[in-house]
Design a protein. Structure first.
Length: 480
């Protein structure tokens, strides 16, 4: 079931990921670095607000729904009550913020940003509800719908000369329409509005510490954007975010697909069959995460020149060439920490220590940005990001083991590392050239070499899985 769900989520997140990738390609050709920087800052602020105020609700929903299958109404009432209360609080805070904001050119952007926070939060909660019910196909269609509407409408409005407002309004409408679809039929069973004190306490005890952890994680991801805007310019943020976005829409999205399939199954297995059975899935999760993330990050590092020239607008290409190798590494480290090593805190139900880990990471990130940005400019920000994510990964691996023992996968990691190294050598010695065809040739050659090495070294028994699939076809996926 694990690999079957991963394959479905590959399509579910793959298409929205491609749409997000295409959005970067189009916007870096239609918008200036300054305008793209404004767009990135508003979106980043909305992401941060969601991490601080709402993410604990969706995380608690995902964690406890398997436990309350027989009386899920009481859990849903708790989640819905939390959403309404927090949304009201956001409205008041946003109004007060606008009253004292001094830059009138940003007032309309802030209003749109508040709307974006609301619709993004409701969409995320409902999408996690779909995911927790192990409905990856519906999850995929809703995600694809949101991505296509947001990009399509945003591009049309930008072409009609609405600039940053057009791009943001397209995003808000995309989230809004997808929220209607994702919530359809999800809450219909609620008959009376009565909070269960026991469930509410569980959600608060589990979720509120995660609020700080998720907020700190978001701060690490976006602090550099705001610091670049304040210390250099909004144009610098635009240049920086374009390269960062390409890495996140490839390395990050592919790794998130694995997590989307793995985490609900791991939770269900842990609740139903115990730790030993959960360890089997955790090992598959780790191998698949690293086995997908490492070769993609390696390709970005080696082929950054051609990738930037093919996919980014002219004003963004130079920065992309310099930054993307480092972004790929940072995204890989962040994904391994978030989607594997951090699971020890969640499964061990000790999110307070995770909060400490992320707090140290944020402090380090801000300190390094203050030090590196004046010295190295855009490169300084990405250096700080790589250092922060690598240290956070190590801390998570060491401290998380105290609360939930994750299976040992370092032998498999070493085999994957060797496969990626051989692939990197092949890519490095392929004659240099530019253009889409040369890029496709390089990626295809590297992929073939990587697959051959993986089959030869056989990390995680991948060779047996491939042979079984060849012999049994799609029926093989049902058993794995």
């Amino acid at each position: 079931m694990f690999l079957r769900h991963s394959a479905i989520y590959l399509l579910s997140r793959g298409v929205p990921g491609l749409v997000g990738f295409a959005t970067i390609i189009i916007y870096t050709r239609l918008l200036s670095p300054e305008v793209y920087g404004q767009y990135a800052l508003v979106v980043s602020a909305a992401v941060l607000c969601n991490a601080i105020f709402y993410h604990w609700l969706s995380a608690s929903l995902l964690r406890f729904l398997p436990q309350y299958r027989n009386n899920e109404d009481e859990l849903l009432i708790t989640i819905l009550s939390g959403f309404i209360f927090v949304s009201f609080l956001i409205g008041i805070m946003g109004t007060l913020f606008l009253m004292f904001w001094w830059d009138t050119s940003w007032v309309n952007l802030i209003v749109i940003g508040i709307l974006l926070v609301w619709v993004q939060a409701w969409f995320a909660i409902n999408l996690e509800l779909v995911r927790s019910r192990l409905a990856p196909i519906r999850y995929g269609f809703i995600s694809m719908f949101k991505a296509l509407v947001a990009m399509g409408l945003g591009v049309v409005l930008v072409i009609l000369d609405y600039g940053v407002y057009g791009a943001l309004i397209g995003l808000v409408i995309g989230f809004f329409l997808a929220s209607i679809w994702s919530s359809w039929g999800q809450w219909i069973s609620l008959k009376e509005w009565r909070l269960n004190k026991e469930i509410t306490n569980k959600v608060l005890i589990y979720g509120l510490p995660l609020t700080i952890s998720f907020a700190l994680t978001a701060v690490i991801s976006i602090t550099d954007r705001f610091m670049l805007a304040g210390m250099i310019s909004e144009s610098a943020t635009g240049l920086y975010t374009a390269g960062q976005g390409l890495s996140q829409q490839t390395v990050g999205v592919l790794m998130s697909m694995v997590n989307l399939a793995a985490y609900p199954l791991i939770l269900k297995t842990l609740e139903s069959n115990g730790i030993a059975a959960a360890h089997v899935l955790l090992r598959k999760n780790a191998i698949l995460l690293f086995g997908i993330g490492l070769p993609i990050a390696t390709s970005f590092a080696i082929l950054s020149t051609n990738i930037s020239n093919v996919f980014l607008g002219k004003e963004f290409q130079t920065a992309g060439i310099e930054l993307m190798p480092w972004f790929a590494i940072a995204t890989l480290f962040a994904g391994m920490r978030s989607y594997y090593f951090d699971l020890a805190f969640y499964l061990g139900k000790n999110t307070r220590i995770h909060m400490v880990v992320m707090g140290l990471a944020v402090f380090l990130n801000v300190l390094l940005n203050l030090w590196f940005i004046p010295a190295y400019g855009l490169l300084g920000a990405v250096y700080a990001s790589v250092a922060t994510h690598s240290i956070a990964l190590v801390l998570s691996a060491i401290l998380g083991a105290r609360f939930f023992r994750l299976p040992s996968v370092y032998g498999d990691f070493f085999r994957i590392l060797i496969s990626a190294f051989v692939m990197a050598a092949v890519l490095f010695f392929i004659p240099y050239g530019e253009g889409v065809l040369r890029l496709l040739l390089s990626l295809t050659s590297g992929s073939v070499i990587y697959v051959i090495c993986m089959l030869a070294l056989n990390p995680g028994g991948v060779r047996e899985v491939v042979v079984r699939f060849i012999v049994q076809g799609k029926n093989a996926l049902k058993s794995i």
